[in-house]
Design a protein around this ligand. Structure first.
Ligand SMILES: [Zn+2]
Ligand SMILES: [Zn+2]
Length: 71
């Protein structure tokens, strides 16, 4: 269990995001970068596929719900 790369807090956030999506019917986004602990990647203006919106879904423009984007 010590070598688990995904922090518990991120897992809980992912579950909460999925629940919120079910309850509201709206797309709630938690980036794969943040799920994997790559918060720097999620916040960066450029990704592996080229330019992207920092901390936003490129499909729905929904903001990433990870705590790392909180002011
Ligand atoms: Zn994050
Ligand atoms: Zn994020």
């Amino acid at each position: 269990m010590q070598d688990d790369p995904i922090p518990w807090r991120t897992r809980i956030l992912a579950v909460l995001a999925a629940l919120r999506m079910l309850v509201t019917g709206r797309h709630v986004y938690l980036s794969t970068g943040c799920i994997a602990g790559r918060h720097d990647y999620c916040s960066a203006p450029a990704g592996a596929q080229g330019d992207k919106q920092p901390a936003r879904s490129k499909f729905s423009q929904a903001p990433c719900v990870c705590w790392c984007h909180d002011p």
